[in-house]
Design a binder for this molecule. Sequence first.
Ligand code: 5GP
Length: 250
Amino acid sequence: MTSTRGPLLYEGKAKRIYASNKEVEVLVEFKNDATAFNAQKRAQLEDKGRLNCQISACLFELLEREGIPTHYCGLESDHWMVVQRVEVIPIEVVLRNVATGSLCRQTPISQGTPLDPALLDLYYKDDDLGDPLLTESRLFLLDLVSPESRQEIETLARRVNAVLTPFFSGLNLQLVDFKLELGRNAAGELLVADEISPDTCRLWDMNSRDEKERILDKDRFRQDLGGVIEAYGEVCKRVQGATPKPRNYR
Ligand code: 5GP
């Protein structure tokens, strides 16, 4: 049975979520909207939705093959995906393999410092509050997760990093850091949700030594470097060249 698009359930900065004809599944439309700095900077980037949808599909399938549960069910069209309906945990999980971005703005750690083991940072997912960094005490004070869930989240995020880092490295892409969103399905299973794309990952081209040229992710948009879609296209080409064609939803 193919999926039927039902009513719009939620519109985010980069995606729209629609009901489907199955209670346990929803449809995700990847938009061409680019936003940064809590949506203070905005643009329309032709083809971004399709590229992020295709890259995410390939990466979700890679994770699934490695035994990591995700919300992904299949592609519905070039910029639409069918996913399991989950209750999203309001935490942004960031894993950092190399110091850059907010870590270097907020601490004296130098740009480019390797972080081994990867640094795990948790942020409270709330645009009005600017997604603040959480301490462990605040995490439990806000009753966002139980101590068991907190451990489960870290274990899952580190498993994702352990799969994605060598995968990207094989494509001559350094996975500098990335953000994950996690949710629980109706059965209570913890799943990787949202998307995994150059919007949510920092990826540096290992073929380039130039500090700006090597950036193949949303930092090109954040820093006004130009060539955003070309960079996303390059990531898509390399990822698709190393993974099977994503399945169509049936
Ligand atoms: P930073 O904390 O350095 O700004 O971001 C760390 C990593 O998480 C980067 O790969 C960045 O793209 C991702 N990230 C953090 N917060 C967000 C967010 O709200 N939206 C998106 N798309 N990515 C985020």
